[in-house]
Write a protein that binds this ligand. Sequence first.
Ligand code: GDP
Ligand code: MG
Length: 175
Amino acid sequence: MNHPTIHLPASALILLIGVSGAGKSTFARRHFLPTEVISSDHCRALICDNENDQTVTADAFELLHVLAAKRLKRRRLTVIDATNVQAGARQSLMDLARQFDCPLVAIVLDMPEQVLNDRRKTRTDRSFADPVLHRQRRDLWLWTRYLEYEGFSKVYRLKSPEEVDQIRIIRQPEQ
Ligand code: GDP
Ligand code: MG
């Protein structure tokens, strides 16, 4: 069987896109070096020792942007592990990619509602109120339909845990 494949340039800004629990951090851990991944949760933790503290979100994203810019300046492949579901949240990262003339790739983890609900029941590290998840799912539906027209050079959509499980990532070697 031919495994579905994601082809990545040696240097790129990669946005993982998906609601809480979609599997972004798991995917990032599996496919990328820890130093290649900039996570909004980790940035929150660096600031206040609590990755769930939503009150430091603005500072956390400022930090995330600074880190991403430093890496892109050196043309290091950079993965953004944040929900990135709203177009507004993506815009500043897209500007950054443009500033450094870096290909922008979206990997959307669009899991079925049933899968998300089942995971939520068993998840112990964090609990999101229903309205938050509901809003994120609505945003994902509303705001990721036209990613191709937002300026991404490539958009990959994974729509089931099976697809996520089978995906292979092939990276262009560094020059
Ligand atoms: P995030 O909020 O999008 O970063 O999601 P996480 O990566 O933290 O994953 C949320 C939960 O789903 C965790 O309990 C993971 O173990 C589980 N999970 C993530 N990806 C997969 C997957 O591909 N298969 C299965 N079975 N569980 C997964
Ligand atoms: Mg996560």
